[in-house]
Design a protein around this ligand. Sequence first.
Ligand SMILES: [Zn+2]
Ligand SMILES: [Zn+2]
Length: 160
Amino acid sequence: MEAHREAMNSRPAYDSSPTSTDTGRSQLRAAGLRATKQRVAVLSAVRYHPHSTAEQLLHVVRHDLPEITVQSIYVVISSLVSCGLVRKLDLPESPARYEMEGHDNHHHAVCRYCGRIEDVPCPVGQAPCLHPESDQAMTIEVAEVIYLAVCDDCAQQHSQ
Ligand SMILES: [Zn+2]
Ligand SMILES: [Zn+2]
């Protein structure tokens, strides 16, 4: 767990290397979107900073595109979400967060104290992974599972 966190912290603030932007460009084209500078930058920011809010993505993208506005960040993000490249997360008491869509239906564990978010693999791997006893004349498409947790750091602090 500790090693994982260190790896996150030592990541570059932003990856605008040719490899990363090339991957982004071809993903955008495959999804039927024009590979604009803004889309490539936002996609790369989402890839390197999973579970970020729009505000955080704006901060990252401004390294390369200082002129980008809050409005255009929202427009770009919503185009990336609707074409299926980016997944939007609605977690309790949090603005929307974004990550790359990996089609693995993974869930999230959220620390109730510091808000740290970690991926939790889905035991089934595809939606819906939970089926109610009675379906109320509804076809269940997705079960949103959020694990409310205490992270190791917070557990230690609270036990001191
Ligand atoms: Zn915590
Ligand atoms: Zn995730």
